[in-house]
Design a protein. Structure first.
Length: 163
């Protein structure tokens, strides 16, 4: 693998784009009134207030949301991509999206009092959040693949991106 092409910066750009898409889907979910009690931004804001003592405002929740999606998962994708199963970057992004979802279900949900897998929000919580995370992962993988496609020796730009 050409490590010059698989830069952390490209992973963060892909993570940022994927986080924008995820955020738009979250906003659409709210506008439609689907699962109004499940508000990740409010959860992150509450956690930041409880564990770090910062003001409990939505801006903090949005900042954390974008930091996690852009920096944490964007960088982890670059580091894990050689080890993730799949034949292309979109497949690998879907796997990472599922890993991110599991982290949310096992760590974040219990920390905010929603129980393991967010069962306090009902049976749709794990399903809805998984679909959102799969969307995030697909976009992450697609954008990363496009950004790094020309880096592979002898590869056409979209050879390793699912179409």
């Amino acid at each position: 693998m050409n490590t010059q092409c698989n830069t952390l910066g490209k992973g963060m750009v892909a993570g940022f784009v994927a986080t924008i898409v995820l955020s738009l889907l979250m906003i659409a979910k709210s506008i439609m009134g689907f699962m109004p009690d499940l508000n990740v931004i409010t959860m992150l804001s509450s956690m930041a207030h409880a564990y770090m003592g910062v003001p409990q405002i939505m801006l903090i929740g949005w900042m954390l949301h974008f930091a996690i999606g852009t920096v944490v998962w964007g960088i982890l994708f670059v580091l894990l991509i050689p080890h993730l199963p799949g034949t292309n970057t979109v497949d690998k992004g879907l796997i990472l999206g599922t890993i991110a979802w599991l982290a949310m279900m096992i760590v974040v949900m219990p920390m905010v009092g929603a129980g393991l897998f967010g069962w306090e929000f009902g049976m749709m919580a794990p399903v809805a959040t998984w679909m959102l995370h799969l969307s995030y992962g697909a976009v992450l993988g697609y954008v990363y693949g496009r950004l790094t496609g020309a880096c592979r020796v002898g590869a056409k730009p979209a050879d390793h991106v699912a179409t």
